[in-house]
Design a protein around this ligand. Structure first.
Ligand code: SF4
Length: 411
């Protein structure tokens, strides 16, 4: 949307600055995100400007848009036409809000993004699909983002090539559910085919995978992945729980044993791999014993980082009407336990690499220090010249400083 406004001659300013038009691109994955969206809408409205609500929350409030402080409301599919829609509103008498939200469940095609302008980061996300068919019981995303739509592979590769030309060294493949890539296509291509194609892009240094659903980790996937030389050995698994009863109630279609088995196989085939994950605590009906299964399970795997979410009731989902909602204090305590464990296991993982020499891709520079990541996602700080920004260099890892490792440039 930024690109579209720029191309139409608008100047894009920081959200805190005074502007003629404010665009709030909304998420509605949790109740908290919708609350924040409403707060931002009222803040923007108080400035007397034109306020545009775009994205998932717009999809959700189709039936009652007039309760919002928005002049223009557009859905996910209409983002590509944002400038025209806003300009028609400006040219109208502005007596009434404009609602332009299509039924996402009927949208079958991936909407191409505009080509991005140069001068961006060393690491950039590349969106390869939209939507999800999984219908986890706590999640509203399939309703507001629609079913899986895979992006054309040639377009993905072209975007990666363009990013590389503008200095990007690492691409992160993202989407709502990238493991489902290809499910909507007539050809039999899947996520691994996308990765293998991108691996051939000249000049690209690294490919990182965004969050993946464990079921994609078949033997064939892991074996082919182990031969992709630009692949970062870092897997962010959307595990959510490691208790089989909770997984069932969540409508997640794998078991804890399956996850353990896949982790073991990846470790066998891919060196120095790190695992990170998302976990939801306090899911309806989660007993102490079920939580303990998750706690012991994550200990067993030894995740490098864990993103812990306390379950929050999401209207219109199956889980919202489940009896046995877990008390907020209990969920908080469980969350704290996992956060403490996450800190410990992160340090333990980092300690394994002290004294070793590892490639680091420098992504930023500040006050005499370069900052970057190893391929397995450890953050590294090194004293060095700004000229090295954007390059990949060998670094000897010396000591742990909070969340990162201090290193020195190696020959
Ligand atoms: S796989 Fe992810 S996006 Fe899809 S329903 Fe489950 S939690 Fe939501």
């Amino acid at each position: 949307m930024i690109e579209k406004f720029k191309k139409a001659g608008y100047e894009v300013v920081d959200f805190g600055n005074l502007a003629d038009i404010y665009v709030i691109n909304s998420c509605s994955v949790t109740n908290m995100s919708t609350r924040k969206t409403r707060q931002e809408l009222s803040k923007a409205k108080r400035k007397g400007s034109i306020v545009v609500l775009a994205g998932c929350y717009a999809q959700e409030i189709i039936d009652k848009p007039n309760i919002l402080n928005a002049d223009v409301i557009i859905g996910n599919e209409e983002k590509k036409d944002i400038v025209n829609i806003v300009e028609s509103y400006i040219n109208s008498n502005k007596a009434q809000y404009v609602l332009n939200v299509s039924d996402i469940s009927k949208v079958k095609k991936y909407v191409q993004k505009d080509k991005l302008t140069k001068g961006m980061n060393i690491r950039e996300s590349v969106k390869i699909e939209d939507g999800c068919n999984n219908f986890c019981s706590y999640c509203i995303i399939p309703y507001v983002r629609g079913r899986v739509r895979s992006r054309n592979l040639d377009d993905i590769v072209e975007e990666v090539e363009n990013l590389v030309k503008s200095g990007v060294g690492e691409v992160v493949l993202v989407g709502i559910e990238i493991a489902s890539y290809g499910k909507d296509l007539e050809s039999s291509i899947s996520l691994i085919d996308v990765i293998e194609r991108i691996n051939k892009v000249k000049g690209l240094k690294r490919i990182r995978l965004g969050s993946i659903e464990p079921r994609v980790l078949t033997n064939d996937f892991i074996i082919r992945l182990s031969k992709v030389e630009k692949l970062c050995p870092h897997f962010h698994l959307s595990v959510q729980s490691l208790d089989n009863n909770v997984l069932k109630r969540m409508n997640r279609k794998y078991t804890r044993e399956y996850v353990f088995d896949r982790v073991e196989m990846i470790r066998k085939y891919i060196k120095d791999v790190s695992f990170t994950c998302d976990i939801i605590v306090g899911f309806p009906g989660e007993t102490d014993e079920e939580f303990l299964n998750t706690l012991n399970g994550v200990k067993k795997i030894g995740f490098y980082e864990m993103h812990i979410f306390k379950y929050s009731k999401r209207k219109w989902t199956k889980a919202a009407s489940m009896i046995d909602q877990v008390d907020g204090n209990v969920a908080s305590k469980r969350s704290e336990k996992l956060i403490d464990l996450s800190k410990e296991s992160k340090k333990a993982y980092m300690r394994n690499f002290l004294g070793k020499k590892i490639d680091v891709l420098f992504e930023s520079y500040s006050k005499g220090y370069l900052y970057g990541y190893t391929s397995n996602y450890m953050k590294i700080k090194v004293k060095g010249d700004k000229m090295l920004w954007g390059l990949q260099q060998k670094v000897e890892l010396c000591s742990i400083e909070g969340d990162l490792i201090l290193g020195k440039l190696s020959q």
